[in-house]
Design a binder for this molecule. Structure first.
Ligand SMILES: CC(=O)N[C@H]1[C@@H](OP(=O)(O)OP(=O)(O)OC[C@H]2O[C@@H](n3ccc(=O)[nH]c3=O)[C@H](O)[C@@H]2O)O[C@H](CO)[C@@H](O)[C@@H]1O
Length: 507
């Protein structure tokens, strides 16, 4: 292990000697831990990182300058739509997607290294449960959708297939995520097909370019953004693992969308049939300030302009039809070929932009007391997963229905939007719609049949509570055999046992 003298000399060169200022107060184990941490932060890289962070932060924050003149909506030929296409086209995409899944060529990759600060929980967001009747967590819903899509693909093509689940975690989320999966028996997935790996961390830096001490013996570190994916893929030989399994197409998605369709056959099929190397699912933006990135072109090249980097004026521009000009909202669901990921990790990763996030970073003061700042005091640098779109040879976007596919859990219930209640309602409203479409009727608490209408109550709740297990239906398919003509008492949970029971009963 490096000696204190060596590390001190290195830190001096990097202008970061203050990181050892509590050395004399530390016990031997704490000293060893700090030395190990500091030695892993190479001095030249640390100096460069700190200088880069404070320089980037000194530039005016917020909307990127000159952006408006360089921005254009995506050309229509790059966009497919699951909403505006005919039935035959949609079926063709789905068929192709199922075919690739059945051939074991599709994997899903979850970005789960974020800290969930806005939601206000100390554990990984995937472990959150939004209060569904079944009490399922986001991770469980996702695991069950994987099992169901494997089953559907297998049935169609008469194979037994696997959709491996890659999960990118960070120092904050790896331990609790593994523990949670083990405690839950990997939700009946084969653990060999669930691959967890860890993204890198970067030091948080003051506005003056000094790395921050979170404790006397620990540097404040933060995950390097969801674009840390590309380094992490290389660090852990994940693409080699995919190659061994024969995976060619990867659906990358973020953890917090309760409606996410893992390995969505329509999306996969659309991208594959278009010969795309890179794709993004989008929904129509709900309102100009909605915190979603905009998938568009900058200087003629496909990119996402993040909500924090677009001016309110540009976000509010209207097109000839009166709709938002930049209306293609990024829902952090991406398609990549393994070949594209391979080129990105080998060639383009170093070119990815570092974005500045100004945050409240807990730290120790000069006396060594812990301070929880009330105002932002530090800079975290992050890469964004979508910043590789510019390197794609054939980028496509795929528009889907917000109601069916997007309800993100970002905030605590104290916020009015994108919170646990809105997520729960979105899922229950969807399942209520599916049940009605399958021919079910709902009874109220007194056994009186509710009017046959799918409108939601003023608070956004569906008129009856119905939760359908992903193991029974992935996207609303196959429900008639259980629900056609049934009178169901709310609340109603259609899980595998209930499905078997209904199938064995006359209606
Ligand atoms: C950079 C990015 O993709 N932004 C998108 C993200 O914004 P948003 O700002 O909501 O992004 P989040 O911070 O929620 O991160 C998105 C995903 O990346 C993961 N994560 C984040 C940081 C990190 O270091 N490691 C990591 O794995 C999170 O766990 C999460 O699954 O979702 C929105 C839709 O909901 C999109 O409109 C935004 O364009």
């Amino acid at each position: 292990m490096a000696s204190e003298q060596d590390v001190r000399a290195q830190l001096q060169r990097a202008g970061q000697e203050h990181l050892l200022r509590f050395w004399d107060d530390l016990a031997p184990e704490a000293r060893a831990a700090l030395l190990a941490e500091l030695a892993s932060l190479e001095p030249d890289a640390l100096r460069e990182h700190c200088q880069r962070a404070s320089a980037a932060c000194a530039l005016a924050p917020g909307p990127l300058r000159d952006l408006e003149a360089r921005l254009q909506p995506l050309p229509p030929e790059r966009v497919g739509s699951a909403i505006r296409c005919d039935q035959e086209t949609r079926l063709r995409w789905e068929e192709e997607g199922f075919r690739q899944i059945a051939l074991n060529k599709v994997a899903v990759l979850l970005l789960a290294g974020g800290q969930g600060t806005r939601l206000g929980v100390t554990y990984p967001k995937g472990m959150y449960q939004v209060g569904l009747p079944s009490q399922k967590t986001l991770y469980q819903l996702q695991a069950e959708r994987i099992r169901r899509v494997e089953q559907l693909a297998g049935q169609r093509l008469g194979t037994h297939c696997t959709v491996p689940w890659y999960i990118m975690t960070s120092e904050f989320t790896l331990g609790p995520t593994i523990k949670f999966f083990k405690e839950n028996g990997f939700f009946h997935l084969d653990p060999a097909n669930v691959v967890l790996f860890e993204q890198r961390m970067l030091p948080a830096v003051t506005f003056e370019g000094k790395a921050i001490l979170e404790r006397k013996d620990k540097v404040a570190m933060a995950p390097d953004g969801n674009g840390g994916l590309y380094c992490a893929l290389a660090d852990h030989q994940i693409l080699e693992d995919m190659k061994r399994r024969g995976v060619e197409f990867v659906h990358v998605y973020c953890v917090d969308n309760i409606l996410v369709r893992l390995a969505d056959p329509a999306f996969i099929g659309f991208c594959v049939l278009r010969g795309a190397d890179c794709g993004a699912k989008v929904v129509e933006k709900a309102y100009p300030e909605e915190p979603v990135g905009v998938v568009c072109q900058v200087d003629g090249v496909p990119q996402v302009v993040e909500y924090s980097e677009i001016s309110p004026e540009t976000a509010g521009l209207r097109g000839p039809d009166g709709g938002l000009l930049y209306n293609t909202g990024n829902i952090c669901n991406h398609f990549f070929t393994r070949d594209f990921l391979d080129v990105v990790t080998r060639e383009f990763e170093p070119l990815l932009k570092l974005h500045v996030a100004v945050k409240k970073v807990p730290h120790v003061d000069e006396e060594g007391n812990l301070v929880k700042p009330l105002r932002p005091n530090g800079i975290k640098m992050e890469k964004f997963v979508f910043d590789v779109f510019q390197f794609a040879k054939n980028f496509v976007a795929f528009e889907v229905s917000r109601e069916e596919e997007f309800s993100p859990l970002k905030n605590a219930d104290t916020a009015s939007k994108d919170n646990p209640s809105t997520s729960r309602r979105a899922l229950l409203a969807q399942h209520y719609r599916w049940a009605l479409q399958a021919g079910a009727h709902f009874l109220d608490a007194h056994g009186v049949q509710l009017p046959q209408q799918s409108g939601l109550l003023p608070n956004g709740d569906p008129p009856a509570i119905c939760e359908i297990s992903p193991l029974v239906s992935y996207s609303g398919e196959g429900l008639e055999m259980y629900l056609q003509g049934r009178k169901l008492q709310s609340p109603f949970i259609l899980d595998e046992d209930q499905a078997r029971l209904l199938q064995s009963q006359e209606c």
